[in-house]
Design a protein around this ligand. Structure first.
Ligand SMILES: C[C@@]1(CC(=O)O)C2=NC(=C\c3[nH]c(c(CCC(=O)O)c3CC(=O)O)Cc3[nH]c(c(CC(=O)O)c3CCC(=O)O)/C=C3\N/C(=C\2)[C@@H](CCC(=O)O)[C@]3(C)CC(=O)O)/[C@H]1CCC(=O)O
Ligand SMILES: NC(=O)c1ccc[n+]([C@@H]2O[C@H](COP(=O)([O-])OP(=O)(O)OC[C@H]3O[C@@H](n4cnc5c(N)ncnc54)[C@H](O)[C@@H]3O)[C@@H](O)[C@H]2O)c1
Length: 228
């Protein structure tokens, strides 16, 4: 699940190719959407031009036309022309396509938030329209407070959880699996979760049956003994 909501494999139409569109495109690509940008080449921001050159998005080199909405699952409009953007909004409503017209709250089915991403970690800050600049400030404070490599730690936990479900697939063991996995996350330092290798995971999983969670150093000592 990513932001914008439910955009995996969906077709997102971005109207405009300026600085704000560049941010919208990044969020849509991060959410695994297929993205089409309609905007004259003359007005493209360098980041948008780069994504077009790299074939990350499809480009239509002209101003918006109603037919651009054919096959669009979601529309993100960021143009410097209020009348044209209101027209985009009205057409989207006629066709029941969810839309965000940047900076025009009455013409938004959903708002963007200020987003911090680190690998699989996603933190979205919303002020519900009250102060977007403050949303960015709060986002930066949260990001600064997070340990470095938080995303890497989360990726490792994801791998461990997958391996645990392979080792103990029984649906009846759900409560035990959850309790043990929570204990690993609570009892280990984040740093250890980052450092955890696949071999460490295999060794740690041998403790699952008994339900204990030894510290990483102990897991490594046990591994060395087995390898001797
Ligand atoms: C969070 C962020 C996400 C993004 O866009 O990606 C975002 N705006 C950002 C920046 C920003 N926007 C504006 C400024 C100038 C300073 C200021 O006004 O504060 C700055 C600051 C800057 O540029 O640094 C101007 C502005 N924005 C809106 C209005 C209209 C109004 O309020 O009525 C006006 C006034 C226009 C005018 O005065 O004419 C409206 C919206 N902007 C939203 C999102 C939605 C509410 C989200 C929320 O409150 O949580 C909402 C409702 C609709 C939407 O656009 O989705 C992104 C920060 C990204 C980041 O850096 O992390
Ligand atoms: N929510 C936010 O974060 C935020 C922040 C700043 C500005 N804005 C608003 O977003 C809008 C865009 O800002 P920007 O800085 O990206 O502007 P910009 O001038 O950099 O870009 C505008 C883009 O729209 C294109 N364009 C204009 N008319 C078009 C049309 N009819 N069809 C297709 N493309 C068209 C231009 O070619 C250009 O690529 C403005 O309305 C601005 O007020 C929003």
């Amino acid at each position: 699940m990513s932001f914008p909501p439910q955009s995996k494999s969906k077709h997102v139409l971005v109207v405009g190719g300026g600085e704000v569109a560049a941010g919208r495109i990044l969020h849509a690509l991060n959410a695994d959407a297929r993205v089409t940008v309609v905007s004259p080449t003359s007005g493209l921001n360098p980041e948008v031009s780069y994504r077009i050159a790299e074939n990350q998005v499809t480009h239509i080199d002209r101003t918006f036309e109603p037919s651009d909405l054919d096959n669009a699952d979601m529309v993100l409009c960021a143009i410097d022309d209020p009348e044209a953007s209101t027209q985009v909004w009205k057409l989207c409503k006629e066709r029941r396509i969810p839309a965000n017209i940047a900076d025009v709250p009455p013409e938004c089915d959903f708002y963007f938030g200020s987003i911090h991403r680190d690998g699989p970690l996603q933190v979205m800050v919303s002020t519900n329209g009250n102060g977007p600049r403050l949303a960015a400030i709060v986002r930066r404070k949260i990001a600064d407070a997070l340990p470095e490599n938080m995303g890497a730690a989360i990726e490792n936990v994801g791998s461990l959880r997958k391996m645990l479900r392979a080792v103990a697939p029984d649906a009846k063991e759900g409560a035990k699996r959850m309790k043990w996995m929570s204990a690993v996350c609570e009892e280990w330092e984040l740093d250890d979760l980052v450092k955890m290798t696949e071999e460490d995971m295999v060794a740690l999983l041998t403790h699952y049956a008994a339900g204990d969670v030894p510290p990483l150093e102990q897991v490594r000592l046990e591994r060395m003994k087995i390898n001797e």
